[in-house]
Structure formats: structure tokens, C-alpha cells
Design a protein around this ligand. Structure first.
Ligand SMILES: Nc1ncnc2c1ncn2[C@@H]1O[C@H](COP(=O)(O)OP(=O)(O)OP(=O)(O)O)[C@@H](O)[C@H]1O
Length: 217
């Protein structure tokens, strides 16, 4: 079974086709990069795969389940989109613990471990509104991996991170992939894509214009 299959997916917003006839078959356990200029449709593609946006035509299947048909949202998926939203007046731990309690899949210890893994302190009582952009981004990455999903969609995960944090996030992405997680990521930095991805898709004006294989293992 493939991780993600898109068949003839198009999305029209206000009479503009922002995704045009996308066909994709993504294997389980690989890291895929998506590159392209601003506005080429990378974020929209991730929204469609995560079930947040319904395509105007075509089908999206994640781990064998067709979205908006078999299920509303894919299961076992974590998504990092631009500008992660948190409860601003609560601490990082409280935010993630709250989300974990809703899902009821993991406990306090796993939340603490995820926060430590991204280099934040689970005992830090400061509210998220006092966090820097990089701290927010790290918290969002902790949120993505805390429930050990089978598929992660990371839109610009290195956004706002300093050099040391970028290395930490590279390491986390590689470790998550080694435990079998399929990862899709976008980045405007060639080095991120080249360091991490097995395959890279190029997008332009809502179309996939090419695919390059960087490594097979
Ligand atoms: N809610 C919306 N309403 C109207 N147009 C939208 C909406 N969301 C996205 N678009 C348009 O869809 C196109 C694709 O946008 P998208 O955010 O997917 O690009 P991107 O490749 O992620 O760009 P970037 O590199 O800047 O993140 C753009 O032309 C954008 O203006």
C-alpha cells in the first residue's frame, strides 16, 4: 500500500486553478521534498493531503483510505503548516498536554519527552505568547511527533530556526523516518532538501513539473 496517492487532483479558488491535475504516488517510509517559487501550490497541496481542503476534482488516498469518501481526515498524520496556533496564555507544556488529552493516546511523560527532544524545557512556565518564532516552531515540531504519526507533513519546518536548532530538527526528521514515518516537507533552502530527502518534486503554478531522486535509502 502507498502512503499517499493523488489522482487528477485540481483545486480552483476564486476562478483560479491553484492545483492543476496533480498525480502523485508516494511510498511509505520515504522523505519527500516539495520545492517551487512562492505561490506555486506547495502549501495548498499539503492542505489537500491533510484533508483540510477538499479538491475541486480528483481523489486523495492516504494509507488506502480515500478522503471525503472513506474518511474525513487521514488517521495517524501530523501536520505543520505556517504560523502554528497555540493557546497564547498557556505554557508550551500545557498546550501540548491539552492536545494530548483530547486525543487520549499519550500521557504526560511522552509530552515532556517530545518537548525535551526539540530542545525546549517542559518545566518552562512562560506563556507561549512570550516565545520567539524559533521556540514556537520547535514546539510545533514537538506537537507533530509526540504521538508518533505514520505520516508527517512539514511546511517550512526550519522557518525561524537558528543553526543549532536546524541541526536538531534534521536529526529529529531522520529519526522519525528511521522508525518508519513517511515525511513530506517543503523548504526554500536547497541544503534542507538535499540533506534530508529521498525524492524531490518541483512545483510551478499549481503543476508538478518534475521529480528528482537524491538517494534510495
Ligand atoms: N484561501 C485562499 N484564497 C485564495 N487564494 C489562495 C488561498 N490560499 C492559497 N491561495 C493561492 O494559491 C496559490 C498557491 O499558494 P500556496 O500557499 O500553496 O503556495 P506555496 O507554494 O506554498 O508558496 P510559499 O512558497 O510562498 O509558501 C497562491 O497563488 C495563493 O495566492
Amino acid at each position: 500500500m502507498k502512503a499517499v496517492v493523488l489522482s487528477n487532483v485540481s483545486k480552483t479558488i476564486k476562478a483560479r486553478e491553484v492545483l492543476r491535475n496533480i498525480n502523485l504516488e508516494l511510498e511509505k517510509g520515504k522523505i519527500y521534498g516539495f520545492v517551487g517559487p512562492n505561490g506555486s501550490g506547495k502549501t495548498m497541496l499539503f492542505r489537500v493531503i491533510s484533508g483540510l481542503v477538499k479538491p475541486s476534482s480528483g481523489t486523495v488516498t492516504v494509507f488506502g483510505q480515500t478522503l471525503h469518501q472513506d474518511v474525513s481526515f487521514p488517521s495517524d498524520i501530523a501536520v505543520l503548516l505556517e504560523k502554528p496556533g497555540f493557546l497564547e496564555q498557556y505554557s508550551g507544556f500545557d498546550n501540548l498536554h491539552f492536545l494530548a488529552m483530547i486525543q487520549n493516546k499519550i500521557g504526560k511523560r511522552e509530552v515532556e519527552e517530545a518537548i525535551e527532544r526539540v530542545g525546549l524545557d517542559p518545566r518552562d512556565k512562560r506563556p507561549v505568547k512570550a516565545y520567539s518564532l524559533g521556540m514556537r516552531q520547535r514546539l510545533a515540531i514537538a506537537q507533530c511527533m509526540m504521538e508518533k504519526p505514520q505520516l508527517m507533513l512539514l511546511d517550512e519546518p526550519m522557518n525561524g530556526l537558528d543553526e543549532k536548532s536546524v541541526d536538531q530538527v534534521y536529526e529529529i526528521i531522520r529519526e522519525e523516518n528511521e522508525r518508519g514515518c513517511t515525511i513530506l516537507l517543503t523548504s526554500h533552502h536547497k541544503v534542507d532538501i538535499e540533506s534530508l530527502c529521498h525524492h524531490v518534486y518541483s512545483m510551478n503554478e499549481g503543476v508538478i513539473t518534475g521529480m528528482t531522486t537524491l538517494r534510495s535509502k
